[in-house]
Design a protein around this ligand. Structure first.
Ligand code: ZN
Length: 232
């Protein structure tokens, strides 16, 4: 009987300790999560307000380690995972991710039945909407006071490089980065002239890996051609 009592006491102590340590870690994590959630919401709402976006969106931080960000078409929730957030080094980089998702959310309001069928447009031509979201995101960033070069930095840091893009929802990362680069070059050249990210390792790597594509782009500029460059 005494033995049983000892065992029960030991089990109780063990459970109690477990509950105690669990609650401490939850408390710690929830504080950190609250701070991170508030950071995500602040940058997100700043983007919405600075761009005068009259459609609602909300921003949530998902506690997952997966590297992901998405906008839910039906509920207009923009979600970024902890795995993704932990790879972003500045508000500029977070603004790049959220701006792209805000663009998808804005499109989700278009069309009949309050945008009920808007997702079909995306499914039919995802590349068109991805490029559109990237370029519109650059505008959103500039209007809100963020540096749009961070868009290239985030892409180069995070996006994998597939072989072909025709069966993927997303265009080839090298093409996406070049389209963003070209857009900034033409519309907001001052960010490339006075570029505080010049020495950033991800930007330097972009310059290294985009050499051929940038040469093609420079040829187009020189020849004043209106033809679209097909980047690799
Ligand atoms: Zn997208």
């Amino acid at each position: 009987m005494k033995k049983l009592l000892y065992i029960l006491t030991a089990i109780c102590l063990f459970i109690n300790n477990l509950a105690c340590s669990a609650s401490t870690s939850i408390l710690f994590d929830s504080n950190q999560m609250n701070k991170n959630q508030s950071y995500v919401s602040t940058v997100g709402f700043h983007l919405l307000n600075s761009n005068g976006i009259e459609k609602r969106a909300v921003f949530f931080l998902d506690n997952s380690n997966k590297i992901n960000a998405y906008s839910a078409n039906s509920s207009r929730e923009i979600v970024i995972t902890w795995g993704m957030l932990s790879l972003l080094s500045s508000p500029d980089e977070l603004a790049a991710v959220l701006s792209h998702e805000i663009s998808h959310t804005v499109d989700s309001y278009n069309g009949i039945f309050r945008g009920f069928f808007s997702h079909f447009n995306y499914v039919l031509s995802p590349h068109k909407y991805e490029y559109k979201a990237d370029k519109r995101a650059v505008d959103y960033m500039v209007n809100a006071g963020y540096n749009p070069v961070a868009m290239i930095i985030v892409m180069n840091k995070i996006f994998p490089q597939g072989r072909y893009d025709f069966w993927s929802h997303h265009p080839l990362s090298t093409r996406r980065m070049m389209e963003v680069y070209e857009y900034i070059y033409k519309k907001y050249p001052e960010y490339l002239v006075n570029n505080p990210y010049k020495k950033n390792i991800y930007y330097q790597n972009f310059l290294l890996t985009s050499k051929e594509n940038r040469e093609k782009f420079q040829e187009k500029i020189k020849s004043d051609s209106k033809k679209k460059v097909k980047y690799k």
